[in-house]
Design a protein around this ligand. Structure first.
Ligand code: PLP
Length: 388
């Protein structure tokens, strides 16, 4: 096979510090490189391949739709788009969905809805969105501005105005920020993914949700990474007994094809009117057909299994040599290691296991349907590498 690594280095923009692995194909939890070496993929393309590589059910749904129609525009109705919206609403209690193509776009839509809602009701000064320090909301200029990490900001100023950052799990700090500013919305991840798999306190999240409701400040939960079964619930917020006004999601929803979705509650379902927002590719029929095949399989029994597998990982890894702590929920796991996380990941690659990092941690986002057998093999490798 051609040396696509060299070609990539020459012609693809230098934004990714890729690992020295040339992936050629995959099946289920297994990826294969161009020389046929097998890897257990504990990262699923950053939580995207919810049912692993080339899952049969998903593949059939996508292929079937692909041979009917690959795209029309949002000038017309298509069945997969309307079906997916209905399924999402019926399973969550949200009222309407806006479809886009990525997590950042799902968040852009959420922010636009929040600003318009507040402006319509309270005037144009109420535009601020509070986000949490250490959060991650995307790479567009506005979602970068929403991201509460200075490292992402410095090279790209001026950023979009109107974002305020508060410490996670500090409810008093958040209240103070609201008192001192005109706030349209609060946006948070229930588990900060890129920030290091940090689970927000339940009490804090509940307090924020109640306080936001009292003040008619919209609560946006960014479920780009935590959504679609990842935390052992259909959406992560369901672990917290709260009902957000807006939920954004992407990654796992499409099972491997690009999709973003912004779920709108009754309160905000009609905030956006004709012409206020749009996306050429949003709601693509092939992508939506794949997403339907994913969402329909996230039954209560299946999700309970995801939660159990998460506990199994935690139990297996905790107190192992070289492992300082394990965080996360469901199949979104962060491992604090004695060795630098990057070294652990590099050694795991040698041993045939693909893992991710998140800040200083090793991060695992395995396929939701990974077998205990495969999981055990991967965890043995990770344990051995961490103990080195
Ligand atoms: C990955 C991620 C995003 C950005 O998603 P893209 O599809 O890369 O635009 C936004 N928010 C969270 C929480 C994410 O994990």
């Amino acid at each position: 096979m051609a040396d696509f690594k060299t070609v990539d280095k020459k012609y693809v923009a230098n934004t990714y510090n890729r690992f020295d692995v040339e992936i050629s194909h995959g099946k289920g939890a297994y990826a294969y490189d161009k020389d046929g070496k097998e890897y257990i993929d504990m990262g699923t393309g950053i939580g995207v391949n919810a049912f692993g590589y080339c899952d049969e059910v998903w593949l059939d749904a996508v292929k079937e739709q692909l041979s009917r129609i690959q795209h029309t525009s949002n000038l017309y109705y298509t069945e997969p788009c309307s079906n997916l919206a209905q399924i999402l609403c019926e399973k969550t209690g949200f009222s309407k969905v806006f479809f886009s193509n990525s997590g950042a776009e799902a968040n852009e839509c959420a922010i636009k809805v929040a600003r318009k809602y507040a402006c319509d009701k309270y005037g144009e000064k109420r535009y601020n969105v509070i986000t949490l320090k250490n959060s991650f909301h995307g790479r567009t200029i506005t979602t970068l501005s929403a991201t509460g990490q200075d490292v992402f900001h410095t090279k790209f100023k001026p950023l979009t105005e109107g974002f305020l950052y508060v410490d996670a799990n500090d409810f008093d700090g958040l209240k103070e920020c609201v008192e001192n500013n005109e706030v349209a919305a609060i946006m948070l991840e229930c588990v900060q993914g890129e920030g290091g798999v940090l689970v927000l306190d339940e009490e804090y999240v509940k307090n924020v949700a109640n306080f936001a409701k009292e003040r008619d400040i919209l609560l946006i939960v960014d479920e780009v990474q935590t959504g679609n079964g990842r935390l052992g619930t259909l959406y992560g917020y369901m672990n917290y007994g709260i009902t957000p006004d807006i939920v954004s999601t992407a990654k796992g929803l499409g099972g491997g094809l690009p999709i973003g979705a912004t779920l709108l509650s009754k309160k905000v379902e009609n905030v956006l009117a004709f012409g206020d927002h749009g996306s050429t590719f949003g709601g693509n029929p092939v992508v939506c057909a794949g997403a339907i095949s994913i969402i329909n399989r996230l039954t209560d029994e299946f999700l309970a299994e995801v939660a159990k597998k998460g506990e199994f990982i935690k139990q297996t890894l905790k107190d192992c040599n070289g492992i300082l702590s394990v965080s996360g929920k469901g199949l979104m796991i962060g491992i604090e290691t004695s060795r630098p996380a990057k070294e652990v990941v590099l050694d795991c690659i040698k041993e045939g296991v693909l893992c991710l990092t998140a800040k200083t941690k090793v991060r695992l986002l395995p396929p939701l349907n990974i077998s205990y057998e495969t999981l055990t093999v991967a965890l043995d490798v990770i344990k051995n590498v961490c103990a080195k």
